[in-house]
Ligand binder design. Structure first.
Ligand SMILES: *Cc1c(COP(=O)(O)O)cnc(C)c1O
Length: 360
C-alpha cells in the first residue's frame, strides 16, 4: 500500500550539480516535507553537493530550513551552517533547535525589537536582517533597517551575516525592486554586502551582480533545485483491487449507486498522503480552471477528476479519496488493470507525503 517517489538518481544528481554550478553562492532550501524527499535526505544531499563542487566554486556552506523544529533533522547530516527562514521571535520556537547546534545557527531577524532581545540573550548570535519586500510577509522597512543597523553598530555586534529578501513569484522582473533594496542597504550605512534572496532568475542574478559588484548575492533555492528536473522523478501508486460494477450497484462509504457500468479500481494513496479531491491545476490557465470549477470538476455523471492515470489517461474518483486508498471509476471499454500494477500519479510535491522514496 504505497505511494512511491522514484528518482532517477544519476539524472537528478547531474541536475543538482548543474543548478549549483549555475548559481554560485547558492543556499539550498530544505523545509516542510522536504519537497517530497524529506528534509533529512535533502540535508545529506546538500552535504554531498558541498563535496562535489568545481574547485573554483564558492562553498555550499549554508543550508536553509523553514523552522527551528527542522534544525535537528538537518544538523546531523549537513555539516555547515543552518539558516532558519522563519523570523526569530522572543516567545518563539527557537528552543526547538538543539542547543548543541546553536553555534551553527543563522537566525532571521525581521523586527528591531527582536534584534535587541536576541542579542540581549546572546550577544554572539548570528543573524540576517530581513528587508520588507513587495511580498509584505516579514521584514523591516528602510527606516527600521536603519535603526537595526544602528543597534548593530552601537552594540558592536559581530553576528550580522547579511540581509535577506523574500521576493514574490512573479513573471515580471525583480531587478528594480532588488536594486531599490540594495540601495537601501547602502543608505543605512550597513557594513554587510551579503544578500540572501529568493526567486531571482539566473538572468536577474547576473544583471544584479553586474550592477552591484560589491555585493555577494546568494540565491536561496528550493523548488528549482530539488524539483527542477521533473523528468528525473516518477510518482506511482499501486492497484490494490479491481471490482466489476454494474449500473445501479452500490459502492463506497456513501453507498452511492453506479450511474453506469464499468470497474472500480482501488489504488494506494489517499488523504494521508496529501491526495486531494482536486487534481493539481498548476498547469491550467485561469480560464480553464474557472471552467473546471464551474463544472464542479465533475464529468457528466458526477465523478470528480483524480490525479491518477491509467494507460496515460487521467481517471475519475468514484468517491472522494479515503485516508490511504482511493477508489477510481473505470468506464466500460477501458483496459482493466491487474492488481499490483503501477499507476502514475500527478502530485504537488510540497504537499505530498510519500511512503517510499527510491533513489535508483
Ligand atoms: C521557501 C522559501 C524559499 C525557497 O522557495 P522555492 O520557491 O522553493 O525556491 C526561499 N526563501 C524563503 C524565505 C522561503 O520561505
Amino acid at each position: 500500500m504505497t505511494l512511491t517517489l522514484t528518482v532517477d538518481g544519476e539524472r537528478w544528481r547531474r541536475h543538482l550539480l548543474e543548478v549549483v554550478g549555475r548559481n554560485p553562492g547558492i543556499v539550498p532550501v530544505a523545509k516542510g516535507n522536504g519537497y517530497g524527499f524529506g528534509v533529512g535526505r535533502l540535508a545529506r544531499r546538500t552535504q554531498w553537493l558541498s563535496e562535489h563542487l568545481e574547485p573554483s566554486a564558492p562553498p555550499v556552506d549554508l543550508l536553509a530550513v523553514g523552522t527551528y523544529s527542522e534544525v535537528a533533522d538537518v544538523a546531523t547530516r549537513f555539516h555547515g551552517d543552518v539558516l532558519v527562514l522563519t523570523p526569530w521571535r522572543p516567545r518563539g520556537a527557537a528552543e526547538d533547535a538543539p542547543s548543541t547546534v546553536a553555534a551553527r545557527l543563522v537566525h532571521t531577524v525581521s523586527r528591531l525589537d527582536d534584534l535587541v532581545e536576541l542579542t540581549d540573550r546572546d550577544p554572539g548570535a548570528r543573524f540576517v536582517l530581513e528587508q520588507l519586500t513587495s511580498m509584505r510577509r516579514h521584514g523591516m522597512t528602510r527606516r527600521e533597517l536603519e535603526e537595526a543597523v544602528g543597534v548593530v553598530a552601537q552594540r558592536r555586534l559581530r553576528g550580522l551575516v547579511g540581509v535577506a529578501q523574500h521576493l514574490p513569484l512573479r513573471a515580471g522582473s525583480h531587478v528594480g525592486e532588488v536594486t531599490r533594496l540594495l540601495n537601501d542597504v547602502v543608505a543605512t550605512g550597513a557594513t554587510t554586502r551579503t544578500v540572501l534572496v529568493s526567486h531571482l532568475t539566473p538572468d536577474e542574478l547576473a544583471r544584479l551582480r553586474a550592477s552591484h559588484p560589491d555585493f555577494t548575492i546568494r540565491p536561496r533555492i528550493g523548488t528549482d533545485l530539488w524539483l527542477g528536473d521533473r523528468g528525473a522523478l516518477r510518482v506511482t501508486a499501486t492497484v490494490l483491487d479491481v471490482h466489476a460494477l454494474e449500473r445501479g450497484e452500490t459502492f463506497g462509504y456513501r453507498g452511492r449507486s453506479a450511474p453506469k457500468g464499468g470497474h472500480l479500481v482501488v489504488v494506494s494513496g489517499g488523504t494521508a498522503h496529501g491526495i486531494g479531491l482536486e487534481a493539481p491545476t498548476g498547469d491550467q490557465s485561469l480560464r480553464s480552471r474557472a471552467a473546471t470549477i464551474a463544472r464542479g470538476g465533475l464529468d457528466a455523471v458526477g465523478f470528480v477528476r483524480s490525479p491518477f492515470s491509467l494507460d496515460g489517461k487521467q481517471r475519475l474518483f468514484a468517491e472522494p479519496p479515503h485516508m490511504q486508498a482511493s477508489m477510481l471509476f473505470l468506464p466500460q471499454g477501458a483496459r482493466v488493470p491487474q492488481v499490483g500494477e503501477d499507476v502514475e500519479v500527478r502530485v504537488r510535491f510540497t504537499a505530498t507525503h510519500f511512503d517510499r522514496v527510491d533513489v535508483k
